[in-house]
Ligand binder design. Structure first.
Ligand code: SF4
Length: 210
């Protein structure tokens, strides 16, 4: 699953708080969703689920490295990125790969939230795709399966999205059901591996092709 997005300026910072400036000529992001093994994810919170996450990250690294080199071979510039340097979900939404779900993840039409996202920033001239709407915001209002399945109540049960944040790690000014990502990550640490109940229980994962 591949799509392109134009890049807007942001405020990415490194761990020291210093801004990371992407040169202005990198106008586009090629955003990709890497499908994870659905059957393995369904075993969450068992370690088998974490292997799907790990394999997803490995496939991300391979794919962005190959694509970036292909673009450089065309005599353009490319910066491959996994989770780092820029937030993947907003770029994926802008690129039309899916919509934001109650679980704070990208929900794609073909694979639900059972994807990992990566991107390549480039100056290769591209025609950006557009955001899509296949009804996720309305579906999430009456679903709540991910919120019920989350053992640490990191996912909101509020019916309507709002601008409220749920943890210091949430960015402000975004209309959504904010996830307490700090509580989520603490449980990852306690569990000893990635925890994917919010992916495993989503109806869009069950409908996916993988
Ligand atoms: S499980 Fe339901 S509420 Fe949660 S993201 Fe999927 S569709 Fe939305």
């Amino acid at each position: 699953m591949v799509s392109a997005s134009s890049i807007r300026s942001g405020s990415t910072r490194d761990r020291s708080g210093d801004p990371i400036e992407i040169p202005a000529e990198y106008k586009y992001a090629i955003v990709m969703g890497i499908a994870m093994d659905k059957e393995a994810v369904m075993t969450s919170p068992a370690f088998t689920s974490a292997t799907a996450t790990g394999v997803g990250y490995s496939r991300m690294a391979f794919t962005i490295a190959c694509l970036a080199q292909f673009i450089r071979n065309l005599r353009y510039s490319a910066i491959p990125m996994g989770n780092d340097t820029a937030l993947s979900i907003p770029l994926a939404i802008d690129a039309g790969l899916g919509q934001l779900g109650r679980n704070g993840l990208l929900i794609t039409p073909g694979y639900g939230p059972c994807v990992r996202i990566c991107k390549v920033f480039t100056d290769l001239p591209l025609k950006p795709d557009r955001p899509i709407d296949f009804g996720i915001t309305e579906t999430c209002k009456d679903c709540n399966k991910c919120a019920t399945a989350c053992e640490v109540r990191a996912i909101s049960f509020e019916r309507e999205p709002s601008y409220e944040v749920a943890s210091p790690s949430n960015n402000e000014g975004i209309l959504r059901c904010a996830v307490n990502v700090d509580r989520c990550y603490e449980f990852w640490v306690e569990n000893g591996a990635a925890y994917s109940n919010c992916i495993a229980t989503c109806p869009y994962t069950h409908r996916s092709a993988t």
